[in-house]
Ligand binder design. Structure first.
Ligand SMILES: [Zn+2]
Length: 258
């Protein structure tokens, strides 16, 4: 499925409340994509994480007839060893407690609407435990008289098959953390949003080398000036589609209606 596909009917925000009410009765899954507004090198837009999470969510929804909420486009603070840190202009982050409560509030509303299974589809490494806490607080509020709601959380890249990663990387996989704005994200952006990628601004290939600890206040030590943490020059739209399609296929297998 490519960018030309029409995903309108899977977008909660594009439905009327009456359409939503009817769709919710049959949708096996409501998906909330979560990203960040964060520097992604000189070549990618700062909304990268939200754009990718939403694109994958829409393709998953089309596969299983689910519904997709508008993405949560702000995330927890960028960390140097996974996103370059907070030293870059443009990176606009939430305190952990804000993210926790924002997710808790959204989930509370979805429970009220009657959504039975919700997937929080995360596209920003630093978000994960704050999202988990938001889910926990929301579930704790459910009273005994309410139906049992289920909430799943996943980082979409955990559904990318290992054999696809081995094909994409001509050498050892540097790990998800250092993939910030690098080969995986750049390839997927080239596939989905080529008009938002500035190929003339690709930085020179380099692999960031960090100690195994964090130090605060952040000073940006060891963060490449480009903000990109791993090589990306071999990025391509073909690799992007391979990543997207295989990831969506595995997600659909995991979340298909029972
Ligand atoms: Zn990213």
């Amino acid at each position: 499925m490519n960018t030309a596909a029409d995903f309108t009917k899977y977008k909660m925000s594009h439905l009327s409340w009456t359409q939503y009410r009817e769709r919710l009765k049959i949708a096996p899954l409501v998906i909330l994509p979560v990203g960040a507004l964060e520097q992604h090198g000189p070549h990618l837009p700062m909304a990268c994480d939200a754009l990718l999470a939403e694109a994958i969510a829409l393709r998953l929804a089309a596969n299983i007839n689910g519904l997709v909420m508008p993405p949560l486009s702000y995330g927890y603070k960028s960390q140097e060893r996974s996103g370059g840190g907070q030293c870059f202009p443009g990176t606009t982050s939430l305190d952990g407690i804000t993210l926790i409560h924002t997710l808790r509030d959204i989930l509370r509303e979805l429970f009220r609407h009657g959504a039975m299974h919700i997937l929080v589809l995360n596209g920003h490494v630093e978000n994960q435990w704050f999202l988990t806490e938001g889910i926990d607080l929301a579930l704790r509020e459910i009273t005994q008289s309410q139906p049992v709601n289920r909430v799943s959380r996943c980082e979409y890249w955990n559904y990318t098959p290992q054999n696809v990663l081995e094909r994409i990387f001509d050498g050892p996989f540097p790990g998800v953390d250092l993939e910030h704005a690098a080969l995986i994200e750049t390839s997927m952006m080239l596939a989905l949003y080529p008009h938002l990628v500035d190929t003339s601004a690709f930085p020179e290939d380099m692999l960031a080398d960090f100690p195994a600890h964090d130090t605060y206040p952040q000073k940006g030590d060891g963060v490449p000036v480009s903000g990109v943490l791993a090589p990306l020059s071999s990025a391509s739209a073909d690799k992007g589609w391979l990543l997207i399609n295989s990831t969506v296929e595995c997600l659909a297998a995991a979340f298909k209606p029972e």
